[in-house]
Design a protein around this ligand. Sequence first.
Ligand code: NDP
Ligand code: 2IT
Length: 449
Amino acid sequence: MLTADQERLDCFMIGLKRRNPSEPEFAQAVYEVALDVIPFIRLNPIYEENRVLERLTEPDRVLIFRVNWEDDKGNMRANRGYRVQQSNAIGPYKGGIRFHRDVQLDTLKFLAFEQTFKNSLTGLPMGGAKGGADFNPKGKSEREVMRFCQRFMSVLARHIGPNTDVPAGDIGVGAREVSYMFGQYKHMVNEFTGVLTGKGLSFGGSLIRTEATGYGTVYMLENMLRYHAQGLDGKVALVSGSGNVAQYSVEKLTELGAKVVTMSDSSGTIYDPDGINEDKLSYIKELKNIRRGRIAEYAEHYKVEFHEKSRPWIIPCDLAVPCATQNEISGKEAKNMIKNGCIAVAEGANMPTVQDGVDAYLAAGIFYAPSKAANAGGVAVSGLEMTQNSMRMSWSRDELDRRLHAIMQEIHDKCVQYGKENGKVNYRKGANIAGFIRVADALVSCGNI
Ligand code: NDP
Ligand code: 2IT
């Protein structure tokens, strides 16, 4: 990086941290984008003149609200709800809702910021947003989850709409929660519209939305390997997490010939050296989606190792597909994976690798698909659900899978177009610049609002 760019970056980050104290994840996400975008802005002064980076790092608005709800014992409970509406430069605000004990503004600001670039990469007309609550779904009854979703939506409803802001799922929020929220919204506004995506199939949900993030991540990995004359067949893969994104990443990896040897949850990692085949994955789906149990049960059931409180990254592999949460791969773990022979990382989770780890991937020259490119298939199919809802029709599974494939291929190609340097592809740079251009051009064209 040129000295002038480094100075601009340092100065920009000092200002950002001063304006957003105690928000390390937001600063981390912004830094990773600014690293690539600041040199690009120097070459394209129109973006500097319009202060595009400063505008993009300030959310359009942040909503914070109290959510009161009643538990099964009749106690009144209070949680904090959020919606960060980051940018509607290229379409209505769009992004998931996270319910997790640790949710705080910092996390949602990083996610909304990332979402803006990710949505831009899909080529579809969607702005960026993220929301959630510090509600812990673990151990809650079905009725408690329903009541929480209803109370959450009773506040959020006045701030969203099919042309304003279209939420979806994320950690702790799947089709069940989206559907409860949709029911509450419909009840309040007396309108049946595509205000949320990831709904149940019989009332406007899209086929393949459930699978899309995991499948899309593997399509991105496949594209990246193919571009470098490699393939998935016979490769050993580590997957973290055992929720929505992990399950469908494992499904597609296995279908395409890779052997997945790990999955995890917040209590630890299972290591199955024979591979998690279709039958074993069905067991995981039943365990996680129906019984809502812990991953350790898999180890007991199949008599394999369970590494308590441990993450997968110490196990030798060819491929790593993190699908749990942010900052789940440390610099040390990244370096260890590279040392053990890992050749490619595709991020199903959002920002799962710390900055040091990303630096290590790039320095080692392994193939690295950053989250905003790799996991964009989920929101892309959400975008297709919005289109189907507007047209009051639905596409077939094959049609949607074909479109998902095409979108992931386009994202890959944009990363190559903007990320080529010294005969290699820096996918982080490619994704950042390609995502930036579309939003930045819209901001410039629409004036200083
Ligand atoms: P789920 O709630 O379905 O699954 C989350 C998984 O990650 C669970 O196995 C969970 O374990 C584990 N996990 C969550 N938090 C932690 C933590 N702090 N430490 C260790 N493990 C943790 O969520 P999704 O699969 O939907 O989301 C996973 C990731 O993918 C997130 O980063 C999300 O932002 C991202 N993503 C999701 C998309 C979607 O369409 N759903 C789209 C794009 C990205 P446990 O059950 O023990 O908490
Ligand atoms: O991080 C993400 O892209 C999501 N959680 C999906 C968002 C969406 O609107 O489908």
